[in-house]
Write a protein of this length. Structure first.
Lengths: 585, 81
């Protein structure tokens, strides 16, 4: 048994066999085979080794012909492993001794070697050797995965716990909720994309565990404790039993509140309504929004249409997705559709190819990318407008940093409307338009921006990152990244005031709005709309119902005068503990 | 015999193993407690030879002297690192 600690990003307990997903997306699906199939597995391995050797030789000849013998020799060296009888025999021994599948034996053997290498940290060639062994493993796994396998046992489709160094949105989008029980990654922070996705899919998840994949092979039993941030590899019986009990009881305490608050109105003790909306990624999450009592969708991220695609989605694909969400939410619930927020750490449109910017977060991302790629942008706007007849659509532009950008967006939207008019295609007139405030420049200019739109939505994740100039996923500066920083609160106050003066709604989306700690502060700043992961809504509603606006205003006043993020956090924690003793741990 | 190679990695290991496989004798390399079969690149790499550390080559078979020379040459190439 091995216990590792990481950052808990989505609560819950997952127990199941590990699916180790390496960076190249090679999966090991089956750990062991029936005893009468052992020699067949040895045969599969030998065939794969032979194929890999042939492949390496071909590649070496090809490279040598193109680039000369010196370069070719490097590839010849890589092929050396496939002629290494000792290495291959080590793998065969594992298959015979433990009835391992060929894939599992390869992975297991390589991982043992990597572990030895990791303990020789001062060996100058260790990193290169590590890469050579990983290449060897991957090459064999790719070949083995490509081979036809007899349906030896049903375990290959059993639910699994996914372990990876990091997960790309691509990989996560392929997850089937019936097959994936939970996630754990070596890298990543509390606001990393993996964390957001885990929440969207409501999967127990732990990130930032540090290097642990060499300790585990596909098929090993793993426990992910998304409540405390523990990842337990190969648990012993008592631990397993304890966690099974915990898993069975895991619906409390928020589960209890759910019943109480689903139909209760989200209003303060003094009767002020605070609209609670859901953030979604997939049309299928609409159901969860409704189940958790959301009054609408406050942030519909549309980038998922770009995942798993070698070409950009068509207007029809956009349209079908939006139509489905709007229809399911119905006439009474607004749906804020955010236009494409591609780039940065997220997907790139196929039509533009990969970018190689040195500093992608300060580069061509989000609305900037859309304004440079009008066919992409207009296709989406057209689809939203066409779908608007099915419900209460709202359009929101992300990452606006200047007035000019917002004006451009509005004028392109008008152009698309005119095109539709000409083609006599119906759409709803007067769709409410909004802009996200997630760049400090936009917060500072919010009084001017307010004259152009019907609502603001403060995207706290990016606003924090850009205000404090700290990458939310960089462990070295993660301590600077805090939504409680007074600088961030001052900008938010400015935006809330500008919205109030102009008479437009101010919403907050991002992790902050799903965190009960901040609920009193946000209401005190004048925010009357919070958009969070649907799962968080019942808890936030319970907090809202325990507050009065006057109390909240004094909380906000206090915080705005503070000097540091930790001072604010401490104060907010004490405050919440006083109001709701059972919410703060 | 004593020898001071650069850190031993894939390329010289593969080259040495290829050479060793052509010989009917056996070559064993020792590095401290660890030993490696000269025909196995993986075992050679896992000797975890640091630059400047001492490596012992043992050859047993026909024309052992000649083959030892050859092995040593491979290990002393400047691009062995």
């Amino acid at each position: 048994m091995e216990i590792r600690r990481g950052i808990a990003v989505c609560p819950g307990i997952a127990i199941g066999p590990a699916l180790v997903l390496d960076n190249e997306g090679v999966w090991i699906k089956t750990k062991s085979v029936a005893s009468n199939m052992i020699e067949a597995e040895v045969g599969r391995l030998s065939t794969a080794v032979f194929e890999a050797r042939t492949h390496a030789e071909d590649k070496q000849k090809d490279i040598a012909a193109k680039f000369g013998r010196d370069i070719g020799a490097i590839f010849e060296a890589k092929g050396g492993f496939f002629e290494d009888r000792k290495l291959i025999n080590g793998i065969i021994t594992l298959i015979r001794a433990d009835s391992y599948s060929a894939e599992y034996a390869v992975s297991r053997h390589v991982r043992e070697i990597l572990k030895k290498l990791d303990s020789a940290a001062n060996l100058p060639q260790a990193a290169r050797m590590r890469g050579d062994y990983i290449d060897f493993e991957r090459e064999l796994l790719l070949i083995l995965n490509g081979q036809e396998r007899e349906p030896l046992n049903k375990s290959s489709t059993d639910p699994v716990v996914v372990l990876a160094n990091d997960l790309t949105p691509n990989e996560t989008a392929e997850f089937d909720a019936d097959v994936v029980l939970g996630l754990a990654t070596e890298t990543g922070g509390a606001t990393s994309h993996t964390a957001i996705l885990a929440n969207a899919l409501d999967l127990p998840a732990v990130v930032g565990v540090g290097r642990f994949l060499t300790e585990v092979s596909g098929g090993d039993i793993v426990i992910i404790d998304g409540n405390t941030g523990l990842v337990i590899l190969d648990p012993d019986e008592p631990t397993l039993a304890r966690y099974k009990k915990l898993r069975a009881a895991q619906l409390t305490p928020s589960g209890e509140h759910l019943v109480f608050s689903r139909h209760a109105r989200a209003e303060t003790k003094d009767g002020v309504h605070v609209a609670l909306l859901g953030n979604i990624e997939f049309p299928s999450e609409v159901k969860q929004c409704i189940d958790k009592g959301a009054e609408g969708v406050g942030l519909y991220r549309t980038e998922f249409l770009y995942v798993q695609k070698s070409s950009d989605p068509t207007e029809e694909e956009h349209y079908e997705a939006y139509k489905r969400v709007l229809q399911e939410m119905g006439e009474d619930r607004p749906v804020v559709i955010r236009t494409l927020d591609l780039g940065g750490d997220k997907y790139h449109p196929a039509s533009m190819g990969p970018t190689h910017e040195k500093n992608p977060f300060l580069g061509l991302r989000s609305i900037r990318l859309c304004l440079r790629n009008l066919p992409l942008f207009k296709t989406q706007l057209r689809a939203i407008l066409r779908a608007s007849v099915y419900g209460q659509a709202r359009i929101m532009f992300p990452m606006i940093s200047t007035i000019l950008e917002l004006r451009q967006c509005l004028s392109y939207l008008r152009e698309v409307q005119e095109d539709l008019d000409e083609a006599k295609i119906p759409y709803k007139p007067n769709i409410p338009l909004g802009t996200m405030i997630e760049v400090p420049s936009a917060a500072l200019m919010s009084d001017k921006l307010a004259t152009l739109v019907n609502f603001f939505s403060i995207g706290t994740n990016d606003l924090v990152q850009y205000t404090l100039a700290a990458d939310r996923n960089n462990e070295n500066v993660a301590d600077l990244y805090s939504a409680a920083d007074p600088s961030v609160l001052r900008l938010m106050e400015m935006v809330a005031r500008a919205g109030h003066v102009a008479g437009i709604d101010v919403n907050v989306c991002g992790e902050m709005s799903g965190e009960p700690l901040y609920t009193p502060l946000l209401i005190g700043l004048g925010v009357r709309q919070l958009s969070a992961t649907p799962r968080k809504i019942p808890e936030i509603k319970r907090v809202v119902r325990a507050l009065t606006v006057n109390e909240c205003k004094s909380v906000a006043r206090e915080c705005l005068q503070m000097e540091t993020a930790s001072e604010v956090s401490r104060y907010l924690r004490d405050n919440l503990r006083r109001i709701m003793p059972d919410t703060v741990d | 015999m004593g020898h001071e190679p650069y850190g031993l990695h894939m390329r010289p290991a593969a080259e040495l193993a290829k050479c060793a496989r052509q010989w009917s004798g056996t070559i064993t390399l020792r590095h401290g407690e660890l030993t490696a079969d000269g025909t196995s690149p993986s075992e050679l790499m896992m000797l975890m030879v640091m630059p400047g550390s001492e490596l012992i080559l043992e050859a047993d078979g026909p024309e052992a002297e000649h083959w030892l020379d050859l092995f040593e040459k491979i290990l002393s190439q400047p691009n062995a690192a």
